[in-house]
Ligand binder design. Structure first.
Ligand SMILES: [Zn+2]
Length: 592
């Protein structure tokens, strides 16, 4: 980002009043309605930050709240939590209520057991990622590399069907909603920690109570989680993913494919699956092996229980935010995790410098005890660092590129330019080999500016009506005087980054040929031919000679020449006109 634009961004942030958070109830839960309402809210200058089936949570500019009622697909707009008879009627509304009443920092961590070895390294990837997302650079295996942009969060609530293990747990609609609300609250907490990450979340709930695909013959909470073996997670995660259509490979391959597919369906940058097993009737809210929450580093999924041991459902958000960061490569920092201060991980190659063995005083950090402090080491591990000092997080701070198509160098009318604008991916410096080290951008092109001769920039037409990582553009410049000109184009992305080294082309706007005036001299040669000469005139690349039998006769073309002379082969006397021809083939005024 250039300094000038950065200054503008900071200034406007100071002047702008903070946006208002609203809950939006849609006419129906269809994706079509969700999309049209999202676009309508964006047209008002707002942004959807949590999207559920039938409910959106959005930030809108103060004063536009009432306009949201007029957006297509919107049934109801809530400025506060919906209580009483208007209370939660869906997981999305429960989530809105949790977000609307989210407390400032300071939820208690007391009485709860710390996590234990909850960040797990998944086994080596099976096969290779065949599908590369061309525009952004990532593969189907890169589903959670850094925490910026949009994330598809798929919440799976397994329900035992009693065909294998005895069924001891049964989800209810209210408790399903509570899980979704707590996860949304944890994500909202994370979103508020870093505005530049511009986080937005799109949720899919797959609840075994109502969806047979999430039913399992096992009762997960009555088993060990056994993440490294084959007696717990491996059984029911693999079974459910198979029913969801992901039946090949181990549970990691299935879960990655599922996360990638959910991401593609939502048009998100990342995808994360969250399996929450019911523990309502379980004595300690833990799996038999004592686990209650853990995450596979770099994705593809998180595993939690409903109660999370003594944290309880009301503090699931605190446990979840810790697990969320693991999925995006954050290290544990608590003493029992075995963390070291010299390990490095994450897209920006963050160190474990806040491990408790190096910094025993930082106990409120989210990666130590799920507390409210977002400590610097964690920030860099998940991509929230500005190492190049340009005021923008490095993961979203690369300037886009602009490529002008080849164009004619000579123009007889206002010149036109066309080309391609493309985002540039920040370099992936993750020393971990858990997922492919692909460089990935989450930015999108929103416009292209063009100008001539260092003048004022003007917007070009860009292709497509939704921002995408690459877009074609075209523009016709205003009338330019004859002579040489430099045309430039620069791409602009949705983070305010612009191409600081615009693509350029030098062209010449052709001048009209000047009149020959009275410079023509003629003589009759020995061979009885008429021969004329004239002075060359500005703008002429050639000359056209016209001939007539009399001054008022019918003029017809005698020929064209690039010389300053013409020898007429006709034997009879005649009258002649010579006109300059400009670079575009247009005749100038007469000379005779
Ligand atoms: Zn952890």
């Amino acid at each position: 980002m250039t300094a000038a634009l950065l200054a503008w961004a900071l200034l406007s942030a100071d002047l702008r009043t903070p946006p208002v958070m609203i809950g939006v109830v849609l006419d129906d839960p269809s994706r079509r309605t969700r999309l049209s309402a999202t676009l309508g809210i964006e047209a008002l200058g707002g942004r959807v930050v949590h999207a559920f089936d039938g409910v959106l949570v959005a930030e809108v500019p103060r004063g536009t709240e009432l306009s949201v009622y007029r957006v297509e697909g919107v049934r109801e707009v809530a400025l506060n939590a919906m209580t009483g008879r208007r209370g939660p009627r869906s997981p999305g509304l429960a989530a809105w209520n949790a977000i609307a009443t989210i407390g400032e920092l300071g939820e208690s961590t007391s009485g709860a057991e710390p996590l234990a070895h909850d960040a797990l390294v998944p086994p080596a990837l099976e096969g290779s990622a065949e599908s590369v997302r061309a525009a952004t650079g990532g593969t189907d295996y890169n589903t959670s590399e850094y925490l910026a942009g949009s994330v598809s969060v798929t919440i799976v609530l397994p329900e035992s069907d009693g065909t294998g293990d005895a069924s001891t747990e049964n989800w209810t609609a209210d408790r399903e909603s509570a899980v979704v609300a707590e996860i949304a609250e944890g994500l909202e907490w994370g979103r508020l920690r870093e505005p530049q990450a511009a986080l937005a979340f799109k949720y899919t709930l797959i609840a075994g109570r109502t969806d047979v695909r999430a039913r399992t013959r096992y009762e997960p909470i009555r088993r060990a989680a056994d993440p490294g073996g084959g007696t717990g997670e491996d059984l029911w995660v693999k079974e459910i993913l198979g029913k969801l259509g992901y039946a090949s490979g181990d549970r990691f391959a299935r879960s990655r494919a599922f996360a990638a597919a959910r991401r593609a369906a939502d048009g998100s940058d990342w995808g994360l699956n969250v399996f929450v097993v019911d523990s309502h009737n379980d004595a300690d809210g833990k799996f038999v092996d004592g686990r209650f929450a853990y995450t596979w580093i770099g994705g593809p999924h998180v595993v939690m229980t409903f109660d999370n041991q003594a944290w309880g459902i009301d503090r699931l958000d605190m446990v979840f935010r810790h697990e969320l960061f693991h999925a995006f490569y954050a290290f544990d920092e608590y003493a029992g995790s075995g963390c070291t201060c010299t390990e490095h991980r994450g897209y920006l190659d963050g160190s474990g410098a806040n491990c408790t063995s190096c910094n025993a005083s930082a106990s409120a950090c989210v990666m130590i005890n799920n507390g409210d402090a977002m400590c610097a080491s964690t920030r860099r591990q998940i991509g929230w660092a500005d190492l190049d000092g340009d005021g923008v997080l490095d993961v979203v701070g690369e300037d886009p590129d602009t490529f002008l198509d080849t164009m004619p160098t000579t123009w007889c009318s206002p010149p036109a330019v066309a080309g391609l604008a493309a985002v540039v991916a920040p370099t992936n410096r993750n020393p971990s080999t858990v997922t492919p080290r692909a460089s990935i951008s989450v930015n999108e092109i929103v416009g292209v500016d063009v100008r001539a001769d260092g003048g004022a920039w003007a917007p070009a037409q860009v292709g497509g009506w939704l921002p995408t990582p690459q877009r074609r553009f075209a523009a016709t410049l205003p009338d330019l005087p004859p002579g040489p000109h430099r045309l430039e184009a620069r791409a602009v992305d949705d983070r305010g980054n612009l191409d600081a080294t615009p693509s350029w082309a030098d062209v010449v706007v052709a001048a009209a040929a000047a009149p020959l005036g009275d410079s023509i001299r003629g003589e009759r040669t020995e061979a009885a031919q008429g021969r004329f000469t004239w002075s060359s005139v500005p703008g002429a690349v050639g000359y056209r000679v016209l001939r007539a039998g009399s001054p008022r006769g019918a003029w017809s073309a005698a020929g064209e020449t690039a010389e300053n002379a013409w020898t007429d082969a006709a034997p009879s006397d005649g009258y002649f006109i010579v006109r300059g021809i400009d670079a575009c083939g247009v005749e100038g005024a007469d000379g005779s």
